[in-house]
Design a binder for this molecule. Structure first.
Ligand code: DSN
Length: 444
């Protein structure tokens, strides 16, 4: 295969890829659900395996010619089982939401009660948020975080006793504290519900031994493979011994829900191969060290931000991410801060905070984390400096206010976006960001 074939065939796409590479190399990726994969993962992902159709599972396919594909999928499944210590794994889900939809299909009937962490409290869309299929098909009962920002276990217990859910989710997309798998497992057991741990965000930390494993407490575990796990975009569903004790048919039901259940078609074999590579990497001592450093870096970054007077939901972090509460500067200000940081080469995402006085599109917080910058080799010293830069930028735009009317909002954000790139403070931070990044090359 010729390395220059893309350049010759489609220079427009090739140029865009090169530009994206430059953006990454010269900037700080602080979106906590993103990471930089290894060259080996990328090689498997970009391989010829993408051409093959393989509906079904190893040894039971609807297409011929799957001799080697079967071995790839078997390796991925075995590595997932070994890494997490579970008896069953399905590695075919295209991504996290399809994996979670497959879990509903395998365990619930339409109309059943399901419980998950409320969206603006850090929960994930697929755990019963109003705008999604999970709330249209099932009766969704959200639980919340308490005033300190921790999952309100008393509320979960009361709601579960009253509503008798079929399934309880434990997992979130913007929660900076360790997940209470054990406590939620006990509540699920009491009311006869499945506890499903969605560890998409913390899977790599679980494998590194820096976050409690859900395996003894949950019946089912779902995860994406591209966040702290540092693999390709993709997902997995695992069933624990506890899950098989509750329902010996659970693994078969999950397989059937993923395919042919209607969630997706044939597996993406190139993705499966890349997941297998990522799992092999994640079982090394180097990966465990990486996971430890991710958490140390997150704590150092949180400390630096708080020392600059900024407020974090729950007052800090125990994992790889943190959510900054920007309400001291007004409601809905996450949009301005995200845009200003982006202009300085610091990529974060605007995010709701618990009881957000604004809306998910104009939220009052930002979410940031350390998986990607830790992959580049940055440590606590760099975190302190990055925290100071972020604080300087927040101070720079603190006077911006989000208008109430839709038309005024659009005009204000347009004006802000045009002006922010010319701001001298932002330009100076961008220059320093680029200088720092030049010392920490990307892995590819
Ligand atoms: N979009 C993912 C995240 O950023 O956490 C969740 O699906």
């Amino acid at each position: 295969m010729n390395k220059d074939s893309l350049k010759r065939t489609d220079p427009a796409i090739e140029e865009l890829i090169v530009s994206e590479l430059k953006r990454r190399a010269t900037g700080l990726e602080l979106i906590p659900s993103e990471n930089h994969t290894s060259p080996a993962v990328l090689e498997a992902l970009g391989s010829i395996l993408t051409d093959k159709y393989s509906e079904g599972y190893p040894g039971k396919r609807y297409y011929a010619g799957n001799e080697y594909i079967d071995k790839v999928e078997d390796l991925a499944r075995e590595r997932a089982k070994e890494a997490f210590g579970v008896p069953y794994a399905n590695v075919q889900p295209y991504s996290g939401t399809p994996a979670n939809v497959a879990v509903y299909l395998a365990t619930c009937e339409p109309g059943d009660v399901v419980m998950g962490q409320n969206l603006s409290d850090g929960g994930h869309l697929s755990h019963g948020a109003a705008a999604t299929l999970s709330a249209r098909l099932y009766e969704s009962v959200p639980y919340h975080v308490d005033k300190e920002g921790y999952i309100d276990l008393k509320e979960v217990e009361l709601l579960a006793r009253e509503r008798r859910p079929k399934l309880i989710w434990c997992g979130a997309t913007a929660y900076a504290r360790e997940f209470p798998f054990e406590e939620l497992g006990a509540i699920a057991d009491e009311v006869g519900a499945y506890l499903v741990a969605d560890i998409a965000h913390v899977a790599g930390l679980v494998l590194a031994g820096v976050h409690k494993s859900p395996v003894p407490f949950a019946h089912i575990i779902t995860t994406t493979t591209h966040k702290t796990l540092r693999g390709p975009r993709g997902a997995m569903i695992m069933v624990t011994e506890k899950g098989l004790q509750k329902d010996p048919e659970l693994a078969k039901k999950i397989d059937k829900a993923v395919f042919p259940g209607g969630v997706q078609g044939g597996p993406h074999n190139h993705q499966t191969a890349a997941i297998a590579v990522a799992l092999k990497e994640a079982m090394t001592p180097e990966f465990a060290e990486y996971g430890r450093q991710v958490v140390k870096n997150a704590k150092a970054l949180a400390q630096s931000l708080m020392e600059q007077g900024l407020t974090l939901v729950s007052g800090g972090t125990e994992n790889h991410l943190m959510v900054m509460d920007l309400t001291p500067f007004g409601k809905g200000t996450g949009v301005f801060v995200q845009d200003a940081l982006d202009a300085a080469g610091i990529t974060v995402n605007k995010n709701t905070i618990p009881q957000d006085p604004s809306s998910p599109f104009y939220p009052s917080g930002i979410r940031l984390g350390t998986p990607a910058i830790t992959t580049r080799g940055m440590k606590e010293g760099e975190m302190e400096v990055i925290g100071k830069w972020i604080a300087e930028i927040v101070q720079e735009v603190r006077a911006e206010k989000l208008p109430d009317s839709k038309e005024e909002r659009i005009a204000t954000l347009k004006r802000f976006h045009e002006e922010i790139g010319e701001n001298q403070k932002i330009r100076e931070v961008k220059r320093q960001v680029e200088e720092l990044c030049s010392k920490f090359p990307l892995p590819y």
